[in-house]
Design a protein around this ligand. Sequence first.
Ligand SMILES: *Cc1c(COP(=O)(O)O)cnc(C)c1O
Length: 458
Amino acid sequence: MVARKIVLSESEIPRQWYNVLADIKMNPPLGPDGNPVSPDMLAPVFPMNLIEQEVSPDRWIDIPEEVLSIYAIWRPSPLVRAVALEKALDTPARIYFKNESVSPPGSHKPNTSVPQVYYNKVFGIERMTTETGAGQWGSALSFACAQFGMECRVYMVRVSFDQKPYRKAMMETWGGKCVASPSTETKAGRDILEKYPDTPGSLGIAISEAIEAAVSDTSGKTRYSLGSVLNHVVLHQTVVGLEAKKQLETIGEYPDVIIGCAGGGSNFGGLAFPFVLDKINGKEIAIYPVEPAACPTLTKAPFVYDHGDTARYTPLLPMHSLGHAFVPPPVHAGGLRYHGMAPTVSQLVNEGILEAKAVTQLDALAAGILLSRTEGIIPAPETTHALATVVEEAKKAKEEGKEKVILFNWSGHGLLDLTAYEKFLADELSNFVLSDKEIEEAEKVFAEFPKPEALKSR
Ligand SMILES: *Cc1c(COP(=O)(O)O)cnc(C)c1O
């Protein structure tokens, strides 16, 4: 029998995160005056210990003991050989996935919420604010806040708040508070509601609300937390790729193809970056971030400077962006509805080290059904975007008669996203395709901003 799971013991959880900033060239984030932001400008929003991580040039950063002991609730996560999928596709490819759905909130997100809350607590912070798309990040932060005895307030994108009521229940079970965004609690929310009372909301708007709620607390005990995009978030997620590398080594395997879905880029970067280092050093690996065709940040939008949020509170980040005012169509993969992308992932796509792909909602969910019926785990709608690409690669390997090793990130389970499956099975879902005109219109917002340089890391 082929081994189905490769498991490590708790003592084998990586002791350090990998920081890709040590190995690539990046344009700096810019402040309102067009100059690079200094770390102290971010101090009202994030604690200084996390800001230091955000800009650190060190290749390896120690994982604190307190974080490791909470990671051990679900880490090391299993590396699974997708034997049933391989059989169903009759492919010569060997397919492996990191099963990040085994964490208490059901996704990769606590890999960063736990260290983020830890560093805030050490810094003397008592309350966290954040946004959430589909609800996974809000629940991951609520879970982490419960572990450290911190308060948590979550602004949840309206369309998901309505589609996924159980996510709110989950957040509140862990002691967090969940508000639909746009809300009337913040100026950013009220301004949007006045113009667009029926808006489905967006991550860009919810981020504005959460930042405003943090910086307007005069006690100084509240900070904001972001679930993706930023360097320190992707840094924390590299525990996924580092574990996967160890697990593959124990069975003498190395990936030819690496695949992850990309919303803000954190689960993808977390799996891929330890291998990006090998690619920069000469290894041949195809590495694919996969996004929804309805929100085609990497595949259709340019590499520019743009804000991370709609109200323009964040610095200008060098990234692929559809424009900070863009409200993506209400696809079920709420966690992939973001106008921008991690600057690190954007830089690597721009250099050609990563090759981005886009898939439609219907192709993604069809792959989700196939994986549910073979590997058994019902994937999050976000994850199904990676799955569609895995299926395509496995079929290609069959056509070419090649024994490729495919590694992908199973970023979360879909047990609280069953409405998406219910609608798909009832044939009630359709694809959203953006016209070039809509994209051009959305991109007008950054026309006046400075342009990032085309840097080469190798
Ligand atoms: C949030 C989420 C994503 C998208 O976020 P990234 O930062 O791009 O990883 C993907 N999958 C799941 C299950 C999520 O919860």
